[in-house]
Design a protein around this ligand. Structure first.
Ligand SMILES: Nc1ncnc2c1ncn2[C@@H]1O[C@H](COP(=O)(O)OP(=O)(O)OP(=O)(O)O)[C@@H](O)[C@H]1O
Ligand SMILES: [Mg+2]
Length: 311
């Protein structure tokens, strides 16, 4: 049985369909990257899973508990990190955590140790007595994550935990997520940026305008989508001749472009046989200086998948 599952989940705001028949599935220990542009419906979906918003139709369950019918049971299992960190004046880091630990009904005798533990995990121990408002944005994000870990939830719902962070802070958040993954947590994490999540997620779901475009194991999706490869070719002179060969003599080549002295061509032929392109070029005495297959990264996939819908 799936650990987190939505079935035809739909949310309408008046006429606007924010989430449209969404089917997501996470097994225990999965890290799902939930990717989509602004307004795609990510926050709406996550808030429904977090029991903060009711769906218009469809269902969502976490560990077998329906989010609408058994919100209390769901809340015990999940840790929800919103996309916006609230304002906390005159509150120290430990007080902030103590407040939420209280709210989670952690016994007083256990609270101090628990707070130390989550602070250590999020690398904030040295900020324990600082005021929350005086933390940097990255530290606030980590504090927010520390808060969601207080009741040791099995499932984490993280709404863009790395947004607005500098590259270093992003890496720190990523390291933290890896640690949580190693602790066996099931994590749903949203982002606009696919490459950011590529190396921590084992599954991805791409959503646009409320519709799921693609979902599943990252490796499978990669294989599905990497039917075409971009070849980068540099020649000593006469790019035009090379382009002619590519466009006219080869069946497996599409979209030939020249940019900054580099010829880029989409190869759609059998995998591992693009040496034929070099042969064809050599046959016409084209002076090939370099020939490389560009790695098709996830960002590229994302662009292709979303563009397909827009067009
Ligand atoms: N309370 C609301 N009332 C009306 N429309 C809403 C409400 N909340 C969200 N929407 C609309 O629902 C759609 C999905 O919004 P949502 O916040 O879920 O997107 P998102 O994927 O999280 O976007 P972002 O990347 O900007 O955070 C948007 O068109 C948004 O304008
Ligand atoms: Mg959002």
């Amino acid at each position: 049985m799936a650990f987190v599952e939505t079935h035809n989940l739909t949310k309408k705001y008046g006429n606007l369909v924010a989430v449209n028949n969404l089917n997501l599935r996470l097994d225990e220990g999965d890290i799902l990257g939930f990717i989509g542009p602004n307004g795609a419906g990510k926050t709406t979906t996550i808030r429904i899973l977090a029991t903060l918003l009711e769906p218009t139709s469809g269902t969502a369950t976490i560990a077998g508990h329906d989010v609408v019918k058994e919100p209390e049971a769901v809340r015990r299992i999940i840790g929800y990190m919103p996309d916006f960190f609230g304002v906390y004046d005159d509150v120290k880091v430990w007080e902030y955590l103590d407040f939420f630990a209280c709210a989670y009904r952690v016994p007083r005798s256990e609270r101090a140790k628990l707070i130390d533990d989550v602070l250590a995990l999020t690398d904030l121990s040295h900020k324990k007595d600082d005021y929350v408002e005086a933390l940097s944005r990255g530290m606030k994000q980590r504090l927010c994550l520390a808060k969601t870990l207080l009741h040791n939830p099995q499932v984490l719902l993280l709404d863009e935990p790395a947004s607005g962070l500098d590259p270093r802070a992003r890496i720190e958040i990523k390291e933290l997520l890896k640690e949580l993954r190693n602790m066996g947590k099931t994590i749903l994490i949203s982002s606009h940026i696919l490459p950011e999540l590529a190396d921590i997620c084992n599954k991805i779901a791409i959503i646009e305008r409320g519709e799921l475009l693609i979902s599943g194991e990252i490796d499978t999706i990669m294989r599905q989508l990497t039917g075409s490869h971009v070849l980068e070719i540099k020649v000593a002179d006469d790019e035009e001749a090379a382009v002619q060969v590519l466009q006219n003599q080869l069946e497996d080549i599409r979209e030939v472009r020249v940019e900054d002295g580099v010829i880029r061509a989409h190869y759609v032929g059998p995998p591992g046989e693009h040496y034929r392109v070099v042969w064809a070029l050599a046959e016409k005495r084209v002076k090939v200086l370099s020939f490389a297959e560009q790695p098709t990264d996830l960002e590229d996939i994302f662009m292709r998948v979303t563009q397909g819908v827009v067009q």
